[in-house]
Design a protein around this ligand. Structure first.
Ligand code: UDP
Length: 247
């Protein structure tokens, strides 16, 4: 798959439907495949934390969840075709899974969210095989039990929705013990599936202004979003170095 190196993070230049097809192909291979969908804040986090950059680069699929990442790829002259957000990819995967026997585990969110998400998802995808649920609030000593719960459920795929970078670190930490074929870190998607959080109206997504919509709805995000101008500056000044070195 074609990749673009954005500040040391190798993002796949795939569309939403290419990403969904790739994930469906992961079911054919008996090993864990990790899927992460970094936005510009997370790429900035990786830029400052080389170990986290390495973790992201070890993923089987890394897509651009954010218009900032898409713009960065254009600046670097290796354009990503479209924003491939975890939520949108997950929707396409669910739709495809609805015609198969693959089993899904929903992990993350506040207590009750995964249960609500299951009800809503089954209204839309009636054949979906949801075999387990677990909220995302736990102590370190409970992690082994969570892994066991996922493994005992017989799930083929787990949506890990703990927010970034927690979900990516959790998947990586347990990658050797998890007996699923796909582990996807998809942030607040369960809240959206559950109907607890509304997605930005399409016009905001299409015009690359979803960040503005989210900021109005969740003003506490301002701190995290202050990373955006730093991200743009770093891509413009440092991006070329990564390109030239072929890193
Ligand atoms: N969350 C969780 N466990 C935690 C921290 C967060 O399950 O310890 C959940 C939280 O309830 C929310 C999601 O992770 O559903 C994070 O959503 P957010 O939109 O902040 O994540 P992003 O998509 O921006 O990474």
């Amino acid at each position: 798959m074609d990749k673009v190196n954005i500040l040391g993070v190798n993002v796949d230049t795939v569309t939403i439907s290419e990403a969904a097809d790739t994930i469906m192909s992961f079911f054919n291979e008996d090993r864990l495949h990790s899927v992460y969908t970094p936005n510009s804040e997370i790429i900035m986090h990786a830029y400052k934390n080389p170990a986290f950059a390495e973790l992201l680069n070890s993923a089987d699929l890394l897509t651009a969840d954010g218009i900032g990442v898409v713009y960065a790829s254009k600046i670097l002259k290796k354009p990503i075709k479209e924003r491939a957000a975890g939520y949108d990819i997950a929707r396409q995967v669910l739709s495809k899974m609805n015609d198969t026997d693959h089993k899904l585990f929903l992990f993350g969110g506040k207590p009750g969210v995964a249960e609500e998400a299951k009800v809503k998802l089954l209204q839309e995808y009636s054949n979906l095989n949801i075999v387990g649920l677990r909220n995302g609030y736990f102590k370190v000593e409970e992690e082994a039990e969570i892994v066991e719960e996922i493994n005992n459920s017989g799930a083929d795929i787990v949506f890990v929705c703990l927010g970034a970078p927690k979900q990516e670190e959790w998947i990586d930490k347990h990658s050797k013990e998890l007996n699923v074929r796909v582990a996807m870190g998809i942030g607040g998607s369960l809240d959206v599936f559950a109907g607890r959080v509304e997605r930005a109206p399409e016009i905001f997504c299409k015009t690359g202004m979803e960040w503005f919509y989210r900021l109005c709805k969740e003003p506490w995000r301002i701190g995290r979003m202050m990373e955006l101008p730093k991200f743009a500056a770093a891509v413009i000044t440092k991006g070329k170095r990564y390109k030239q070195n072929g890193e």
